[in-house]
Design a protein around this ligand. Structure first.
Ligand SMILES: C[S@@+](CC[C@H](N)C(=O)[O-])C[C@H]1O[C@@H](n2cnc3c(N)ncnc32)[C@H](O)[C@@H]1O
Length: 317
């Protein structure tokens, strides 16, 4: 897909600035594939209090990292994806860049920039969760996050292949190891709906709810289309608009409509009223609960009527 020009992106960022966001993340695709990626970040830093760069870390070099260290302050972050050790990295990412990425992580640490390493869990790398935790802790990174693969693009095929019991087991093990270690690295393990929804069956407690329910968040895709989160990209009805084509007034109006629809959802008469997650998922957990977003392999039956409601409806027909 052709990139938007730096001038277009500046106009978009200026529009977003009128909303006074605290935090802007430059991500992709791969942001470093844009010729003006560093100028885009510089422009973002002049206009927004906190910036983040999400990258695969492959195209970075020391000169870039030095420039970033001059630009970024203690509130800013570079997030680098590291999805496995050398062979697994190649399998999951389809490229042989493990060594280059590790070198760049070391360099970012040396230049004193906050770096968060993110590992996206699939069936390829699940068994290496602990290895990657140990590796990044030894590298001295600021943060390590473990996140599930989402049913987006290639992820649709990958989600059902993950063993979520093992995900929970390794996640809890790392959390325990980390709480006993002296490391000051921040650790975040995100447990997906496949685990959250079964928590009553597991003896392990304290599975924190981490649904994305922050309606103030906007995610802008490569075409400029805006959604609250990336897991909504396939759902036209959750599209707020386009940052290049719509005025801020149009965008705010549509956002208000979408938020109203989500927030006014009622589970009355639906099976989802009996869901183990209903108290933490009042219909706004997006891909996990919104009717059209309930995937077969997910346990959400948001829109399905209870026997009682169905029999009443049928008797009226
Ligand atoms: C969308 S990428 C963009 C930045 C950069 N290209 C990278 O690889 O980090 C940001 C993060 O999203 C993750 N990601 C990509 N597709 C995903 C999916 N279907 N489910 C979950 N995470 C995904 C990547 O692993 C990466 O950690």
């Amino acid at each position: 897909m052709a990139h938007h020009s730096f001038d277009d992106i500046k106009v978009a960022l200026e529009k977003i600035k009128l909303l006074n966001p605290y935090h802007v993340t430059i991500t992709g695709g791969e942001p470093l594939a844009h010729d003006n990626w560093l100028e885009i970040l510089e422009f973002a830093k002049v206009n927004f209090p906190v910036i983040e760069l999400f990258t695969n870390g492959v195209l970075l070099n020391e000169e870039h990292i030095r420039s970033l260290s001059e630009l970024m302050d203690e509130t800013d972050y570079i997030q680098i994806s590291l999805d496995g050790l050398k062979e697994t990295y190649k399998m999951q990412r389809g490229s042989d860049d493990f060594d280059a990425v590790i070198n760049n992580i070391k360099c970012i640490v040396q230049y004193g920039i906050n770096v968060r390493v993110n590992m996206t869990i699939t069936h390829y790398n699940l068994a290496e969760m602990i290895d990657i935790y140990e590796l990044v802790k030894a590298l001295g990174v600021t943060s390590f996050s473990i996140s599930p693969v989402y049913p987006l693009r290639r992820g649709k095929r990958l989600v059902p292949l993950v063993d979520y019991e093992k995900y929970l087991y390794f996640g809890k093990k790392i959390e325990k190891m980390h709480s006993r270690s002296k490391s000051d690295m921040n650790l975040t393990v995100i447990y997906p709906i496949e685990i959250q929804s079964k928590r009553a069956e597991y003896t392990v407690e304290n599975i924190i709810n981490q649904f994305n329910t922050d309606l103030l968040h906007w995610t802008v895709d490569g075409k400029g289309d805006i959604f609250h989160f990336m897991d909504q990209f396939s759902y036209e009805e959750l599209k707020i608009g386009n940052i290049y084509e719509n005025t801020l007034e149009e965008l705010s109006k549509k956002d208000f409509q979408i938020q109203t629809n989500l927030l006014s959802h009622s589970s009355k008469g639906l099976k989802c009223a009996n869901c183990s997650l209903v108290s933490s998922c009042p219909g706004i957990a997006y891909a996990n609960s919104y009717p059209d977003l309930a995937f077969n392999h997910r346990r959400c039956i948001f829109n399905e009527k209870t026997e009682y409601t169905r029999s009443i409806t049928e008797s009226r027909e």
